[in-house]
Design a protein around this ligand. Structure first.
Ligand code: ADP
Ligand code: MG
Length: 280
């Protein structure tokens, strides 16, 4: 996508870590700050924009398979949700056929080809990308310059930090191949493990990427989700909504990106164990 005057960033992390909830609350908060946001779900799970639009919606790949590729088809899968936030879902290939990551990339190519962000006047594009397997597939949005600035969603669990570390390895490898992708920060979407803030801070320090915010685990998230809404929409006066608004502000104010160092699994275990022991 052309980047003139348009802020584009990606939110990466393992499945279930909270990428879509976090992205959607950022989008909703940004819309109230006056930005025109397009949120692009890049996960075959296709529920990225469910709390922006109130329900699950058809995906780019499935509708293109059904109706053929045209600007009209693509426009039919760009949905308007809360406060004018635009959203779409890449979808994935039919199960057991083809590479899901490649499918995601194909969908992103359609968005570019038909200038979806530009024609809709979007000035912020958020890619919500599954980072479970950094096979060639899910690194495609980084590789092809859709997401030069990425934010990692993590928490204090070693498996999550291992997956963050895997995405960091992909960043390093892509940079060696000439890409200018880099990391804007870690979003600690807390899970409730002991001493979690310190664990994630220590991990961030070890990989050379700052933690941009610690997001508490909070019941307003599920309560809003059951209504098909973001916390920003359903509970605008809650503390959790304040956290998401602050996160949105920090991302927009951030001008720095970092080239990560990568760790081994024993390094990660030591960070998690060391901090937990320190917590008593
Ligand atoms: P991902 O997109 O990374 O697969 P989701 O954003 O769908 O993950 O989040 C998975 C689930 O975790 C959501 O259904 C939501 O209920 C829960 N969740 C995410 N963030 C929080 C939070 N801060 N507090 C409470 N629950 C959360
Ligand atoms: Mg998701």
């Amino acid at each position: 996508m052309s980047t003139d005057g348009m802020r584009q960033f990606a939110v990466y992390g393992k499945g279930g870590v909270g990428k879509s909830i976090t992205s959607s609350n950022i989008s909703a908060a940004l819309s109230q700050m006056g930005y025109k946001v397009l949120q692009v779900g890049c996960d075959p799970k296709h529920d990225s924009i469910a709390t922006i639009c109130g329900r699950l919606l058809p995906t780019i790949l499935e509708v293109v398979r059904e109706k053929g590729l045209s600007q009209e088809t693509i426009d039919s899968v760009i949905f308007k949700g809360f406060n004018g936030v635009l959203g779409c879902e890449s979808g994935g290939p039919r199960p057991a056929t083809g590479c899901a990551g490649k499918g995601v990339y194909t969908a992103l190519e359609f968005l570019t080809r038909f200038k979806v962000a530009e024609r809709n006047g979007a000035n912020v594009v958020i890619y919500d990308v599954l980072g479970d397997v950094v096979c060639g597939g899910f690194s495609q949005p980084m590789r092809h310059g859709y997401a030069k600035e990425i934010y990692m969603v993590g928490n204090g669990e070693s498996l999550t930090l291992w997956q963050v570390n895997n995405v960091m390895k992909a960043v390093v490898r892509l940079r060696a191949g000439g890409s200018n992708v880099a990391v804007g920060g870690i979003i600690d979407n807390m899970r409730g493990v002991p001493n979690e803030e310190k664990v994630v801070e220590a991990f961030g320090q070890a990989i050379g990427v700052p933690v941009i915010i610690h997001v508490p685990r909070d019941k307003t998230v599920q309560q809003a989700e059951f209504q098909g809404k973001t916390v920003i929409e359903a509970f605008p006066d809650s503390k959790q909504a304040d956290v998401y608004r602050e996160l949105a502000r920090r991302i927009m104010a951030n001008t720095k990106t970092y080239v990560p160092t990568t760790l081994t699994l024993p390094d990660i275990m030591n960070i998690v164990k060391g901090e937990m022991v320190a917590a008593g």
